[in-house]
Structure formats: structure tokens, C-alpha cells
Design a protein around this ligand. Structure first.
Ligand code: F0G
Length: 423
């Protein structure tokens, strides 16, 4: 049986050739559902592909093709050799969080510097299969950088809807450099998300935000690869930042599928971490998932400055499948945790540091135990947001104290003075 689109709420099905993002019957979110029955999925299959140099299996997404998009022809795949990111055991971060060991999977090591490339290779591959020539997204910056890159590779026009303020410089530069049509709009991410869907429907443009279920199929591979790097041993916790909740949703789906096909023998618990100023899922979780209310988002972690996440229902489902929890952290906690990760020589952008800041808070609250094994996901590269990093160390961020400051020194052009300063 080929893959199909399947409504998560009412189980209505649609062929994957349809350009559709939500259920026509009930408005629910759609999943891409594959038939794994006919596939020879095993640890040996994926282990055997490690170290290979040829497309598509050399990609850290397409290595798991049988779980990602089994029916697509290899030659139709638009790939930038994404994935293959490092999993760092980081004692400094573990000590900071109060656990014996933490592994940080650095998705900033993807081609455009964020995990979005994993979802964009599948999303743009589907766009090409559908014969699309124009693709669009609303973005806090990383999705747009990634989409611009993959659209360029596939000779498509990329159109990006950006808030006219607060997009990190590195991300804006990428969108422009990769040749996308960049629309700066006087609206926040949540409004841009509505606009891109309405405009795209009018003009027949393919939407590549994570409301597109093909995006999530690629992002599942973060879990496949991390678990393979752990020799298929399940950690106790997976900790991930939450914004539009695409990653959290993809992790839930990917983990459950791995369990169902027998690649892992138990499920880890998922911890989704939001910024205090952009915490709609956290509030909803605390209220027992009753009466969801969007928030007006504000945080230094601009990547997750999102108040009305499109994947809310899939993220709730992922929490239910994995006995998951939701935590919130302050901008101060985010920037301190970032400084700790940065000072280990690894580095990440502010939103990514939610993984470590959230682990620390969950340990303090007794939810994560000292001896638990924790895998945190670093979602974006340190160079994405240089203003936040320099602002912290220069003590120029309003309301944030640089607790882990690396202060810049000033010296005159004078050998004696420099020697004295360094002695
Ligand atoms: N971390 C980074 C660095 C991100 O760019 C994003 C999302 C997230 C975490 C949150 O992931 O949305 O799957 O919950 N950035 C999107 C963008 C919204 O437009 O680049 P999520």
C-alpha cells in the first residue's frame, strides 16, 4: 500500500498527491502514514548504511528512507546531505543541569545551521513530486533560511514571510543570499502563519511550514539518528525546545514508529521546553489541556517567539504517547544555559539552550532524576544570532545579567601594556 494522508482526529484519508494540510471534513491536522509491513526495517539495515558515500543513504534523513518516505524514487529526492549531526556527551552541561550525564545532539550542524533542513529535504522533495514551482513559509528565521536553500537547489521560487523586527541577523542574511523572495511584514509570526496559508491558497503556492506533514516526516530522523548513535539504547528523557511544535510532534511520531517496528524496546519520555514569554503549551499542560489560549509572545529566543503553535494537537498527542511533560524557562535561564554550552566550544543559538535550561529546571523540580539519562536537542547554530551572544557578554541585554560572562578586554597598541594585562 502506498503512503497516504490521514487525519489525526477523524481518520479521513486522502491520497498524497493532494495539496492539502488539514482535514477537509473536520479541520484536523494530517499525518503522512506509511505502510511499514512490506519494508525490511531493522537495526542492521540502517547500521549497514553508516559510512556510505552515495545518495540518498549518505544523508542522515534518507538513511532511514523506509521510515521517512518509502515510495519516493531516489532520483526525485532533493537533498543537501542533511543530518549526520554529532551527539556530544557534555560533562560541563551535565554538571550545570545536575545530572550524571547529558548528550546534546547538535542540529546546528545541518547545511543551513538548523534542524529545519531535515524537514525541508522531505518537504521540497514532495513539492517537486507535486510539480510545484513556488514554495512559501512564514518564519522566525530558520525555516526561511532552510527553505530558501532547498528551493534554490530545486530551481523553485521560495517566498518567505518574515516579521519586520526581531529576526536574527544570520537567518535574514541566509534568506536573502539564497535568492528567496523576502517579504517583511508588520506582523508577528502567528499572524504571518495565517497570511502565508491564505495567500498560498489564493495563488497555488505550496506551504512548507511544519503544518505540512511531509516536513515532520524528515524531522523524525533526528530521533532515528540519535537513537542509532546511542546504539539503539533508549535514554530516559528527550528534551526539546518548543515553538510551533513541529519538532515535538515529529519526535512523538518517530519514536512511536521506531517502537512499533521493533527498533527500540521502550519509549523515552519527552520534555518540551518553552520560553516563559512564549509558553502557550506550558499553560495548556498545567491546565490539564482544557481551553487552549494563545499568548502574545515575547522572548530573547526569537526562534520560538510563537504564541499560537500550529502543531498543538500533535504535540499533545506526543506528550500522551511518551508520558511527557512541559516546562518553561526565563530568558535569563536561556542565556545562562547558552553561555554554558557555548563555553564548552560547541555553541548554539538562544532557543536551543532551552534544552539545557529546561533539564536543569526539571531536575530542580524532581521530575528528572540525577541518574536519568538525558538527550537534549540543540536546534540551531551559534552564528545564527550573534547579537544575542555579544549582547550577553557585553552586558547590553535589558533585564538579563551575564552570569557566565566572558568580558572583552581592551588594550592599547603597546606590548608592555598587553603583557601586563595577560600576566
Ligand atoms: N529552535 C530553533 C532554533 C528554531 O528555529 C525553532 C523554530 C524551534 C527551536 C522550535 O521548533 O517550531 O518545531 O517547535 N523555528 C521556526 C522558524 C518557527 O520559523 O524557523 P518547533
Amino acid at each position: 500500500m502506498p503512503s497516504i494522508l490521514h487525519c489525526m482526529d477523524c481518520a479521513q484519508q486522502y491520497p498524497i498527491q493532494r495539496v492539502i494540510y488539514t482535514c477537509e471534513v473536520c479541520g484536523g491536522l494530517l499525518d503522512v502514514k506509511h505502510d511499514f509491513g512490506g519494508e525490511r526495517i531493522s537495526r542492521q539495515l540502517f547500521d549497514g548504511r553508516l559510512g556510505g558515500l552515495d545518495a540518498p543513504f549518505a544523508s542522515g534523513v534518507w538513511r532511514y528512507k523506509e521510515l521517512v518516505y518509502p515510495g519516493i524514487g531516489d532520483r526525485s529526492i532533493v537533498s543537501g546531505m542533511e543530518g549526520n549531526t554529532n551527539l556530544y556527551p557534555l560533562p560541563r552541561a551535565a554538571a550545570y543541569a545536575g545530572v550524571d550525564a547529558i548528550y546534546l545532539k547538535h542540529e546546528g550542524e545541518n547545511p543551513t545551521g538548523s534542524f529545519k533542513d531535515r524537514g525541508m529535504t522531505t518537504g521540497v522533495t514532495q513539492a517537486k513530486a507535486l510539480g510545484m514551482t513556488r514554495v512559501a513559509c512564514a518564519s522566525t528565521g530558520n525555516t526561511s533560511a532552510s527553505m530558501a536553500s532547498y528551493a534554490a537547489r530545486a530551481d523553485m521560487q521560495g517566498i518567505i514571510f518574515l516579521q519586520d523586527q526581531q529576526i536574527a541577523l544570520g537567518k535574514l542574511a541566509q534568506g536573502i543570499a539564497f535568492g528567496a523572495t523576502c517579504l517583511q511584514i508588520n506582523a508577528d509570526f502567528d499572524r504571518n502563519m495565517e497570511l502565508v496559508q491564505l495567500v498560498s491558497e489564493r495563488l497555488g503556492i505550496y506551504v512548507l511550514n511544519s503544518v505540512n506533514p511531509f516536513r515532520l516526516e524528515g524531522q523524525k530522523s533526528i530521533m532515528f539518528e540519535a537513537l542509532q548513535q546511542l546504539r539503539w539504547r533508549t535514554p530516559d528523557w528527550i528534551v526539546v525546545p518548543g515553538g510551533n511544535l513541529g519538532n515535538s510532534s515529529a519526535f512523538g511520531k518517530g519514536l512511536l514508529e521506531m517502537y512499533e517496528v521493533g527498533l527500540i524496546d521502550r519509549l523515552p519520555r519527552l520534555a518540551i521546553v518553552q520560553a516563559e514569554g512564549a509558553n502557550p503549551l506550558y499553560r495548556h499542560f498545567r491546565a490539564g489541556f482544557k481551553n487552549f489560549e494563545p499568548v502574545k509572545a515575547e522572548t530573547i529566543a526569537t526562534a520560538i517567539k510563537i504564541g499560537n503553535p500550529v502543531n498543538l494537537q500533535k504535540a499533545i498527542r506526543a506528550l500522551e504517547w511518551t508520558s511527557g511533560v512541559v516546562e518553561e524557562v526565563s530568558d535569563q535561564q536561556i542565556m545562562d544555559a547558552k553561555a554554558v554550552i557555548d563555553s564548552a566550544g560547541i555553541g548554539c543559538e538562544p532557543a536551543s539552550a532551552c534544552s539545557l535550561a529546561g533539564t536543569k529546571k526539571l531536575v530542580e523540580r524532581g521530575v528528572i532524576k540525577r541518574g536519568d539519562s538525558v538527550l537534549g536537542v540543540l536546534t540551531g547554530h551559534v552564528l545564527k544570532d550573534p547579537e544575542a551572544t555579544i549582547g550577553y557578554h557585553a552586558d547590553r541585554l535589558e533585564g538579563i545579567a551575564p552570569s557566565y560572562r566572558n568580558q572583552m578586554l581592551q588594550a592599547a597598541d603597546d606590548i608592555e601594556a598587553i603583557v601586563k594585562l595577560l600576566s
